[in-house]
Design a protein around this ligand. Structure first.
Ligand code: ZN
Length: 188
């Protein structure tokens, strides 16, 4: 099945707090790795498509409304190393360490605005690949001290993206966790 047929069949749209608030704020459920990996594989194709289309930094199941499952499932599409992305199933945060920095983020599910969100400079997660292989990933350094200044999203990219997508799976957006930030305040 081609991507456009799949999108039509599953009625896929970007879930926003305007159009799909219930979907966005629902805690995503874990999937059964023995019987439900097909769901993650379909979502993987859809996530890659929308990531490319809108240049998303990462994608979570909560960002993609569809009619294939009743609730979002615990699946994220995130950077795994320089320029490479992977889809992780049933991810869990293992460690969050270091001094908070003020990360400036936008979100496909929260249209228009930017937010300043507290993020940690070191994060590690565990999860499974689409082939059911267990893995652990770590990002950043607990020694990084970003101070109080706003840190633009092009910096510490992987670190904030992973935390941002993990938050989504718990139904939490930058609007819940952060404060509205005007990018124009950085100019002049
Ligand atoms: Zn988001």
């Amino acid at each position: 099945m081609g991507i456009s047929q799949m999108i039509k069949k599953h009625n896929v749209t970007i879930a926003t707090i305007v159009n799909n608030i219930d979907w966005v704020i629902t805690r995503a459920r874990e999937i059964d790795l023995d019987n439900e990996l097909f769901l993650a594989r379909e979502l993987d194709i859809i996530m890659k498509h929308f990531k490319k289309l809108y240049s998303f930094a990462g994608v979570s199941s909560n960002n993609m409304f569809w009619n294939l499952t009743q609730n979002p499932i615990r699946v994220i599409h995130i950077p795994i190393s320089e320029g490479r992305y992977s889809t992780i199933v049933n991810p869990k945060v293992l460690k969050l360490e270091g001094k908070y920095f003020n990360s400036i983020e936008a979100c496909g599910s929260v249209p228009e605005n930017n937010y300043m969100v507290k993020r940690k400079p070191y994060v590690s997660i565990s999860g499974y690949t689409l082939e059911k292989k267990y893995l652990e990933l770590e990002y950043g350094s607990k020694d990084f001290d970003g101070g109080e200044e706003p840190v633009l999203s092009s910096y510490y990219y992987n670190e904030w993206v992973v935390q941002h997508e993990m938050d989504h799976l718990d139904g939490i957006t930058v609007k819940d966790k952060g404060t509205l930030f005007d990018l124009n305040s950085l100019m002049g």
